[in-house]
Design a protein around this ligand. Structure first.
Ligand SMILES: Cc1cc2nc3c(=O)[nH]c(=O)nc-3n(C[C@H](O)[C@H](O)[C@H](O)COP(=O)(O)OP(=O)(O)OC[C@H]3O[C@@H](n4cnc5c(N)ncnc54)[C@H](O)[C@@H]3O)c2cc1C
Length: 402
């Protein structure tokens, strides 16, 4: 086992996030798993508290993402802000990942805004809760094939299309919607637009019922002549065919390590609970003896813990690279692929090791095993992350390796 020390400057944040996970999330975890679609009102006060924490420091405790610094010429992030956000997310998801995803103002749309918005947009939309709407009925993994369009009409863009599986779509104040300025120009024409949830052109169609993360609302929308001001376009309106999808994809470099961090948190929750149950059953886990000469349950536990540690290292590495202004697309995808798969394997492995205790609803192990799967799906599935990694390592384009 690797014992990486948390840097001193992040310790208060990690300890506060752990306290929130223990005292706020865990006690209401089952309640909102059962009461799907009910808003966890306990989070309102907590969200204000986290806003306060974020204001007082350089660090984020939730999934709000990080801002690339303007003016220093190299697009560098505030050093440490990705890493601190990842550390905070790990702790909070050790508490409950569905509740973290329901936290006001900590949506994936907030990450997109924080990453690429202009100062004016930040001022206009800062402090609001933003969801992210990329997926459509005919476009999931292949986000370049989205059909939603945005047409310029005077000082406004007019959006038309359909968006499905929008996390926090019902509760957020804003939705960052991906749409094409010109479908004949391919992926380079895809831009993101900030749409107010109150916009009458964006109609909530339905909320989904799900296997896991049931505390988090997942919405489907119809966009019908949805008008937004010209200034709602995030980034540049230029269609740069040479740059391709690069601009829009940049936000994934920030958000994929965050989803990996969620997976690390859920896996650690399962491992911690299982370690305790094994100890109660008299199974000793010994770090100084080879796994193969220990109790079979201890050996299995050590194997899962090693998998967890590998995913954790990759995730911290991807965040550290972003903090230090190094391109991290490869590492972000590696972390997401490894952590998503590890979380599913480990949480189910823990259910297995704990037997009926793991399967019953008196404990949270069965819930964590259900919650885990989405972390291997959204922000790019396991298979898509592996495809991205393969393309980068082999130097192939998306047209060459599909
Ligand atoms: C609970 C939940 C919340 C979500 N939240 C959001 C959100 O907030 N915003 C948003 O925009 N989207 C969201 N999504 C959508 C999510 O990002 C998509 O489900 C995901 O991208 C996969 O798309 P798909 O479901 O259409 O599957 P498909 O793309 O149809 O894929 C089906 C299967 O085929 C595999 N596959 C596809 N292409 C390839 C390939 N080239 N090579 C190998 N295998 C491949 C996939 O890995 C997958 O296993 C959410 C989904 C869920 C379930």
């Amino acid at each position: 086992m690797i014992n990486l020390e948390i840097p001193k400057k992040f310790r208060p944040l990690v300890s506060q996030a752990n306290q929130v996970a223990t005292e706020v999330f865990r006690p209401i975890s089952r309640k909102y798993d059962v009461a799907e679609h009910e808003y966890p009102k306990e989070l309102d006060m907590l969200a204000s508290l986290i806003d306060g924490m974020n204001e007082g420091s350089d660090s984020g405790a939730g999934a709000a993402g990080v801002r690339r610094e303007e003016g220093d010429g190299d697009g560098k992030n505030r050093n440490g802000s990705n890493l601190s956000t990842v550390l905070g997310v790990i702790e909070l998801c050790w508490g409950d990942v569905g509740l973290l995803l329901s936290m006001p103002r900590q949506g994936l749309g907030n990450s997109a805004i924080a990453s690429v918005a202009t100062d004016e947009q930040l001022e206009r939309y800062g402090g609001k809760w933003a969801a992210m709407a990329i997926t459509e009925p005919e476009a999931g993994s292949d986000s370049a094939s989205i059909r939603t369009t945005a047409e310029l009409d005077g000082d406004e863009y007019v959006l038309n299309g359909e968006k499905i599986y929008v996390t926090s779509g019902e509760r957020a104040d804003l939705v960052v919607v991906w749409a094409s300025l010109d479908r004949s120009k391919g992926r380079a024409a895809i831009k993101s637009f900030i749409v107010e949830r109150s916009n009458p052109g964006m109609k909530l169609d339905r909320l989904e019922h799900k296997l896991g993360i049931r505390a988090s609302d997942t919405a489907a929308f119809i966009l019908e002549d949805c008008r937004v001001p010209k200034e709602a376009l995030l980034g540049s309106p230029e269609i740069d065919v040479k740059q391709g999808f690069g601009g829009a994809m940049q936000t994934f470099d920030n958000t994929r390590p965050l989803v990996a961090a969620m997976a690390i948190g859920v896996a650690r929750a399962s491992l911690d609970e299982t370690r305790m149950r094994l100890a109660e059953a008299g199974v000793k886990i010994d770090y100084s003896t080879p796994a193969l000469s220990q109790h079979a349950a201890a050996a299995r536990f050590l194997e899962m813990e090693a998998d967890y540690e590998a995913a954790r290292l990759l995730t911290l590495h991807a965040a550290w690279m972003a903090d230090n202004g190094r391109p991290n697309s490869l590492q972000a995808s590696m972390a997401k692929a490894k952590a998503g798969r590890m979380c599913v394997d480990v949480s189910l492995g823990c259910v297995e090791l704990c037997g009926s205790l793991g399967y019953g609803e008196n404990e949270l192990l069965e819930k964590w095993a259900r919650d885990a799967k989405i972390l291997d799906i959204f922000e790019g599935t396991q298979q898509i992350q592996l495809l991205i990694v393969a393309r980068q390592l082999l130097g192939k384009t998306s047209a060459e390796l599909k």
